[in-house]
Each structure stands twice: as structure tokens, then as C-alpha cells.
Design a protein around this ligand. Structure first.
Ligand SMILES: [Fe+2]
Length: 351
């Protein structure tokens, strides 16, 4: 076992001891392989040193993580170029999205564990990647044709591209938007469709999906008030993924929902806001709480989420590992949150 100071932490190192913050929260558990994005996380949380194993894992073999980072960087570059009115190359984005589709078709659960990185500075880009992952997972469950999945994934990653043309003073405004500002904000779907219509190599269908991603099943959405099956199926899927991911993020104007509350919120909007069949498919395809997330229960117990998918993952089985501010539990024990409804998740400690 080696003691590594903060400035020497590198991806591929394997933790030999849990990393516990001063307030008792567990940042990462023993056995975790350090991924590129965690290097900055240690700095953010001011972790002075960690203990790692002597052997390392080649960071290039952490392929899903690398692909997630690549997708994030690619969409970030594109969105920043659109904001600056620079030329953009969609071919690179298409390649990255195709890789993402390929990986998710092989194993979607690994990617579920990567969603939910909450970084305020990069919210729009991370949100776009997560919406893309959820959309591919749903499209896979619907057994869509591979070309259709590629097209949908491209629409999903680009769905908020029109926000690049919304003034930053409105986009990042901490308070409530005035009616006029809200109208400008709402225009991002139309702007997004116009931007992608001028991009070579993007189909008209992708632009239509972007145009419609805020339409609602009952016709109460915008910009055109289109309803039901007249809304492109891709837009109906992306709107579900968009709302689920947005609700589970902390925003300047409200605290995030816990994922089970977000899933239940969505289900209450079935038939008004969302296509009920697609919503069922979405809920049954994702892991509401991805496996190995570390969560805090209302009882003060800290638990690791056990593998589950679909509605079973709304109240998953968990393994209790410690009590907040208490001594570690030497023999972790399982609790089924479905059978013990008095226990529920109140916070996510670490993804
Ligand atoms: Fe949007």
C-alpha cells in the first residue's frame, strides 16, 4: 500500500482505503479504480492524500469512462463553436455518438453508472451526454433499427444546441425568468432546429426532433403545441430523458429530486406530458439508482445499491455499510427498500 499526495494522484490507481471527507461522507470506497474525472474531484474536496495499491490499472482500459469524457468534450466543443459562430465538424460528433451506441448496445448498465455527474459549470454539456445515454438505452429496449438509433442519439446529444444562441445572462440567470426572458429561452428548440438544418450531414428528421423536444403528449408544450403521435417518436423519448435528468440535478432555482421521486413524478405526468407507452419503456429500461451508488437513508444508514433495473430499481435492494457519523458496520447487511417502505433514500453520497 502506498500513500499518495493530492498532486500525485493519477487515473488507473486503485484505492487501498476508503476516502472519507471531514464531515464523514464517503467520497470513494476501497477497491475503486481512479477515473480521469476523479483526479479533479479530489482537489474539489480538498483530500490531502489517499492510500492506493501498488499495482495499477492501465487507464486506457477504462474504456467506458474514456468514451464518456470524449462525448462530453466533443459536444462541449461543438456548442462553444456554435456560440462563437465558428464552423463546426459534425463528423467527429457522429463518430463519437456511434461509438456510444455501440457500447450501450453491448452493455447499458455500465453507462447508467456514469450518468449523473453534477458539475454546475458544465451542466448543459453533461446533461446532453446523459440525455443521449438514456435515449440510446430506451431505443435499444424498443428494438429500433440501428440506423434509427444512431439518428436518435444524434438528436439527443444536440437537443439543446439552440441554447447556444440564448444570451448567457438569461441562460445562467439565478432568479426566476421574466415572461419575456422565458419566451427567449423557449425559443431554443426552434433555434436548435434552424442551426442543425444548416449543418451538413444532419437529416431533416433530427432537426424536427430537436424542434419538438418540448412538445407534450396532450398538446400543451411548445413551440407548436403538437400532440400525441404527431410528435416525432424521438422527441417523445428525448422529452422523458430530458425531464428525468433535469429533475435529478441541483439547479440554481431548486434542489434536486432524489431519482425515485423523479421517476414517480414522471409517472404522474404519464398521458399529460409523456407518451405513456414510451414512459413505461423508459422506466423499465434504466436503473433509477445505478448499482454501486452510495446512498444515505432516512435512518442515517449509508448503503451501497445492489444491481437492479426498471421499476425494481425505484426502491432497490441495498447493502448497509455504515451509519452516518457512526462506526463502520463490520458485516454489511441487505435491506430491500421495496419491502421496507419506512426506509428510503434521502441523499446520494457518491456515484
Ligand atoms: Fe431543451
Amino acid at each position: 500500500m502506498l500513500k499518495i499526495m493530492i498532486n500525485q494522484i493519477e487515473p488507473g490507481m486503485k484505492l487501498a482505503k476508503d476516502v472519507v471527507l471531514d464531515d464523514g461522507r464517503i467520497l470513494l470506497l476501497k477497491g475503486f479504480t481512479i477515473k480521469p474525472r476523479y483526479v479533479t474531484k479530489f482537489q474539489t474536496y480538498n483530500v490531502p492524500f489517499i492510500y492506493v495499491e501498488e499495482e495499477r490499472v492501465d487507464p486506457d482500459t477504462i474504456s467506458e469512462e474514456v468514451l464518456y469524457e470524449d462525448t462530453f468534450t466533443t459536444i462541449k466543443d461543438i456548442m462553444e463553436s456554435v456560440r462563437a459562430d465558428e464552423e463546426i465538424d459534425v463528423e467527429e460528433l457522429k463518430d463519437t455518438v456511434q461509438d456510444l451506441v455501440h457500447y450501450i448496445l453491448n452493455d447499458d448498465m455500465i453507462f447508467m453508472t456514469l450518468t449523473g455527474i453534477r458539475d454546475i459549470d458544465n451542466y448543459t454539456f453533461l446533461h446532453s451526454v446523459d440525455v443521449c445515454i438514456y435515449t440510446i438505452i430506451t431505443a435499444k429496449a424498443l428494438e429500433l433499427d440501428i440506423n434509427e438509433i444512431h439518428e436518435l442519439a444524434l438528436a439527443a446529444i444536440l437537443h439543446d444546441i439552440g441554447k447556444c444562441k440564448v444570451p448567457l445572462s438569461i441562460l445562467n440567470k439565478p432568479g426566476t425568468l421574466t415572461d419575456q426572458e422565458f419566451e427567449i429561452m423557449k425559443d431554443h428548440s426552434r433555434r436548435g432546429a434552424n442551426i442543425t438544418r444548416n449543418m451538413e450531414g444532419i437529416s431533416e428528421k433530427v432537426s424536427r426532433i430537436i424542434l419538438q423536444h418540448h412538445e407534450k403528449w396532450d398538446g400543451s408544450g411548445y413551440p407548436e403545441g403538437t400532440k400525441g403521435h404527431s410528435i416525432e417518436m424521438g422527441a417523445r423519448i428525448i422529452s422523458i430523458a430530458d425531464v428525468f435528468d433535469a429533475l435529478t440535478s441541483d439547479r440554481v432555482y431548486r434542489k434536486r429530486f432524489m431519482p425515485h421521486d423523479a421517476a414517480e413524478f414522471l409517472m404522474r405526468q404519464s398521458e399529460s406530458q409523456f407518451d405513456p407507452k414510451l414512459l413505461d419503456c423508459f422506466i423499465e429500461s434504466i436503473a433509477v439508482y445505478p448499482q454501486d451508488s452510495i446512498v444515505l437513508l432516512n435512518t442515517g444508514e449509508v448503503a451501497r445499491v445492489l444491481p437492479a433495473k426498471g421499476s425494481a430499481s425505484i426502491r432497490p435492494k441495498v447493502s448497509i455499510i455504515t451509519k452516518k457519523n457512526g462506526p463502520p458496520i463490520l458485516t454489511p447487511y441487505e435491506v430491500d427498500l421495496q419491502e421496507n417502505q419506512s426506509k428510503y433514500v434521502v441523499d446520494i453520497i457518491s456515484l
